[in-house]
Design a protein around this ligand. Structure first.
Ligand code: RIB
Ligand code: CA
Length: 307
């Protein structure tokens, strides 16, 4: 399979998604975007995972701010690092994150990657779409090189960052609008799809006992991620970004339905809400309307147990 590009705001579920994708497809490059945390923290997280997991692909720095709106992070939920952990030991030491300082700008290498494409490319987007909106504005000539933009974002039903909006869409709705206006082949894994793929305490326990060189660290992360749900009285947590990774590496596990996807940019209560019309004669994207949740869960947990 041809290599993919990953754009990410490097929280816990982003890392799980990268581990899953890396087991199935080559990763040609990664661009970082502010989202779960400010860009500097996202870069430290990416550098730390790159050291821990011995990533062999280049990582580049992207946008520190949304295209137009105010900066929004998920640190009130995830903590300053955006990597909630179980246990006392830090996940990475400062040396492991030192590489963050050397991440160069993303636009030239992403543009070159698309220019060099002899077939349509696949991009996995796991955060706000700011970087890809910048690409669309700076290099509109390259958009037809994108065969699939598979994005964890949006919500047909209730939001998670506001009652109305999912975080990645809320953090930069204008970026979503820019891409929707330009006919980019957006494949949406929204909250409703991702909420069907859940992990619980038994999965954390099994991961901690797995044979992988990093499975204990992954269990610390998965446990901290599960604690977000447990702290709200829920016994299980949705795997958001890994569902998007699974859609890219194993599309046979999904049903995508064409739809007209729009995003609210100005509503006081509804900013960042995505609106999906399956009856429109002018569809501009695809939304995952069915999926094999047990198979997706197993692929993700198996990847974490062996990394
Ligand atoms: O709403 C969930 C999404 O927002 C995930 O991608 C999570 O990592 C955050 O970026
Ligand atoms: Ca993310």
């Amino acid at each position: 399979m041809a290599g993919i590009w990953i754009d990410t705001d490097m929280g816990s579920d982003d890392a799980f998604a990268v581990v899953l994708a890396a087991r199935h497809v080559p990763i040609d490059g990664m661009s970082l975007v502010a989202g779960n945390a400010p860009l500097a923290q996202v870069a430290r997280n990416a550098a730390g995972f790159g050291t821990m997991l011995q990533w062999d692909f280049p990582v580049f720095a992207g946008a520190a701010r949304p295209v137009i709106g105010p900066q929004e992070t998920a640190q009130r939920i995830l903590g300053d690092s955006a990597l909630p952990l179980r246990g006392e030991a830090p996940l990475f030491d400062a040396d492991a994150c030192a590489g963050a300082a050397s991440f160069g700008p993303f636009l030239p290498p992403l543009s070159a990657w698309l220019e060099g494409a002899d077939e349509p490319r696949s991009i996995l987007a796991l955060g706000p779409l700011t970087n890809l909106a910048i690409l669309a504005l700076a290099r509109p000539d390259l958009l037809d090189r994108i065969g699939r933009l598979v994005w964890m974002g949006g919500a047909v039903g209730r939001g998670n960052h506001t009652p109305s909006a999912e975080f990645n869409a809320f953090a930069d709705p204008e970026a979503v609008q820019i891409l929707l206006d330009r006919g980019v082949a957006l494949h949406l894994l929204d909250l409703d799809a991702c909420r069907r793929v859940l992990i619980d305490e038994a999965d954390v326990t099994a991961l901690a006992a797995a044979e992988g060189r990093n499975s204990v660290a992954m269990a610390q992360l998965l446990g901290g991620y599960l604690d977000i749900a447990l702290s709200r009285g829920r016994p299980a947590m949705a795997l958001y970004d890994p569902v998007a990774a699974a859609a890219l590496i194993a599309p046979e596990l999904f049903t995508f339905t064409p739809a007209r996807i729009q995003v609210e940019c100005s509503g006081a209560l509804t900013r960042g809400r995505t609106v999906t019309d399956f009856t429109s004669p002018r569809p501009n994207g695809w939304l995952a309307t069915d999926l094999d949740a047990p198979a997706i869960r197993d692929r993700c947990l198996s990847a974490l147990a062996q990394v």
